[in-house]
Design a protein around this ligand. Structure first.
Ligand code: URA
Ligand code: SF4
Length: 182
C-alpha cells in the first residue's frame, strides 16, 4: 500500500503537499488513534502529530503510559489541506479507502477518534449515527464490520487544547478512561 499511496493523486491535495503522512506505529497495535489531517510540520516531516497538537497528544499518551511504538496513529486525510482548512467531503471520500485498509490490516481492538471529522467518518463507516463530540467524548461505542469488532472512543482533538487550556482536563479525564481499559 505504501508505494501506491506515495504517488496518490486521487484528490487535489497532491498538488500542494510536500510529504504524504501515511501513519506511524505498530502494525500489531491494539489501539489506533485517528486525527484529521496533516498540518504544517506533519507535511514537512511526513509524520503524524509532530507539531503543537502532537505535543499535547504525547502528554496525554504519557499520562496513561502509552508509547507511540505500541499504538498506531494516522489521519482521515493523508495530505495537508492548504492553510489547515477543513477537509472537503470529496477529499474524505477519495482518501478514506486508505484508512479503511489500515483498519483491515491492523485490526485494532480500540479506535480513538480525535475530533469531529474522524468521529463522523468512523461512526458512519461502522453504521453508527454520528453525534457531536461534545456529547459523546470519552464514551465507549461497540461496533463491528466485516473485518473487525471494535470499541470506538471519540475524543476531543488535542489541538482544541492548544489555545483553550480549559480543554486539557477533559482530555486528561477521557484518557484516564482509556488507560483503565487497557
Ligand atoms: N492534527 C491532526 O489531526 N493530525 C496530525 O497529524 C497533526 C495535527
Ligand atoms: Fe491521495 Fe489522500 Fe493525498 Fe488526496 S489526501 S492526494 S486521496 S493521499
Amino acid at each position: 500500500m505504501n508505494e501506491e499511496i506515495k504517488n496518490c493523486k486521487r484528490c487535489n491535495l497532491w498538488k500542494t503537499r510536500n510529504n504524504i503522512v501515511i501513519g506511524e506505529g505498530s502494525l500489531n497495535a491494539d489501539i489506533m488513534f485517528i486525527g484529521e489531517a496533516p498540518g504544517y510540520y506533519e507535511d514537512k516531516q511526513g509524520r503524524p502529530f509532530v507539531g503543537k497538537a502532537g505535543k499535547i497528544l504525547d502528554e496525554l499518551l504519557n499520562s496513561v503510559e502509552l508509547k507511540r511504538e505500541e499504538i498506531y496513529i494516522t489521519n482521515i486525510l493523508k495530505c495537508r489541506p492548504p492553510g489547515n482548512r477543513d477537509p472537503l467531503p470529496e477529499e474524505i471520500k477519495a482518501c478514506t479507502p486508505y484508512l479503511d485498509r489500515q483498519i483491515e490490516i491492523i485490526k485494532p481492538k480500540k479506535i480513538c477518534t480525535l475530533g469531529n471529522f474522524a468521529t463522523n467518518y468512523i461512526f458512519s463507516s461502522f453504521g453508527l449515527k454520528p453525534e457531536s463530540i461534545g456529547k459523546i467524548h470519552g464514551k465507549v461505542f461497540k461496533a463491528r464490520n466485516l473485518f473487525v469488532s471494535v470499541d470506538i472512543i471519540p475524543l476531543y482533538h488535542p489541538a482544541s487544547a492548544v489555545y483553550n487550556q480549559n480543554m486539557k482536563p477533559t482530555l486528561i479525564e477521557d484518557f484516564k478512561k482509556i488507560g483503565e481499559m487497557l
